[in-house]
Design a protein around this ligand. Structure first.
Ligand code: NAD
Length: 316
């Protein structure tokens, strides 16, 4: 018998949330989504069996308390995830990411039933210019308000777990890409759209700037493994990097898209944007050891699938 049956997903209409909720429904979980629909897509998911969607901002503590109290676990994805915007509006970013997370933790602290949380952190922005490869023992050094907000959330989650008996898993995602992210403006989606439209790519900083890309289906798989892991967890707080342990430069990303599209796009280089990390890639050894996590998608396969998904879903 599953110990966890009913799950709240904050931000469940967003890119990762949508893919994750699909997976949960297939696995027969009952799912409640809380999403104010500021960036996610109101789409196909609404009206499905075992799913309720609440159009509520997570800062509305009174409104979300009853929803959370009825569940066994919160997957907390709702956040403002844009580094450049966070540099422009740091206070807004703090309120949206940190303050809302503390409010959520307050609800878990007082809840009789719901004491478990999985939190979506970042393995890139939070590490800043810490030389890669990074892992759970590396020293975080955020260089943007967004990165700082995720580090602050991790700190509060650890503190609430220690002081108020919560069980928490923090996942630091690499750069997530994959289907159902039509509202996303990250570099993978942008470069694929440029390729389809024959538009010049824009690179901020350097073509040698790198990220560790991870497919959204691998992230969803890891979160399922995390849910199973709660029953074996010896500590009340655990932290994992989820990535591919592969440094992919922008030049390599462009080359990978070219292999699928067979179209060569030119690119121009503009100034580096403040707050953005220059290089990043992460080890997933701890997740592999404790969760048996093993990413299945390599970049070539993931980009190929996404290229055709974007072509079919955004251009037809
Ligand atoms: N996508 C990535 O590459 C990546 C990498 C590292 C970490 N993360 C983290 O993973 C999480 C999900 O990312 P995503 O790419 O799916 O983002 P997304 O923007 O697609 O989804 C976020 C969802 O949260 C909702 N939301 C935002 N603020 C809210 C609020 N106050 N109340 C209720 N709903 C709210 C939005 O409407 C949206 O549907 C975020 O916390 C992000 O910081 C993402």
């Amino acid at each position: 018998m599953k110990e966890i049956k009913k799950i709240v997903v904050t931000g469940g209409l967003g890119f990762i949330g949508f893919n994750l909720v699909e997976k949960f429904l297939k696995e027969k979980y009952e799912v409640l989504i809380i999403d104010s629909m500021i960036s996610g897509t109101k789409n196909k998911i609404i009206g499905r069996k075992n799913l309720k969607v609440f159009d509520i901002d997570i800062s509305e503590k009174k409104d979300i308390k009853n929803i959370i109290d009825s569940c066994d676990l919160v997957i907390h994805l709702a956040a403002k995830g844009n580094v450049v915007e966070s540099v422009q509006e740091p206070i807004e970013n703090f309120n949206q990411n940190v303050f809302t997370t503390i409010q959520l933790l307050e609800i878990l602290k007082d809840s009789e039933k719901c004491k478990k949380i999985i939190f979506s952190s970042t393995g890139g922005a939070l590490m800043g210019d810490t030389p890669p490869p990074v892992n759970e023992k590396s020293c975080p050094n955020p260089i943007s308000p967004y990165g700082a907000s995720k580090l602050a959330c991790e700190g509060y989650i650890n503190a609430y777990s220690n002081c108020y008996g919560l069980n928490s898993i923090v996942f630091r995602f690499g750069n997530v890409y994959g289907p159902n992210g039509s509202h996303k403006k990250g570099v993978v989606n942008k470069f694929i759209r440029n390729s389809i439209n024959d538009i010049e790519h824009i690179i901020y900083g350097s073509p040698n700037s790198s990220r560790d890309y991870i497919h959204v289906y691998d992230i969803c798989e890891a979160i399922l493994l995390g849910i199973e892991y709660f029953s074996k967890m010896e500590k009340n707080y655990e932290l994992f990097h989820l990535a591919n342990f592969e440094e992919v430069t922008l030049a390599k990303l462009i080359e990978t898209i070219y292999k699928v599209s067979k179209k060569k796009n030119s690119y121009k280089i503009l100034d580096y944007r403040k707050g953005e990390v220059l290089r990043n890639f992460c080890s997933f050894e701890k997740a592999n050891n404790l969760l048996k996590f093993n990413p299945k998608y390599n970049l070539q396969k993931g980009i190929e699938d996404l290229y055709f998904w974007i072509l079919e879903n955004e251009f037809c």
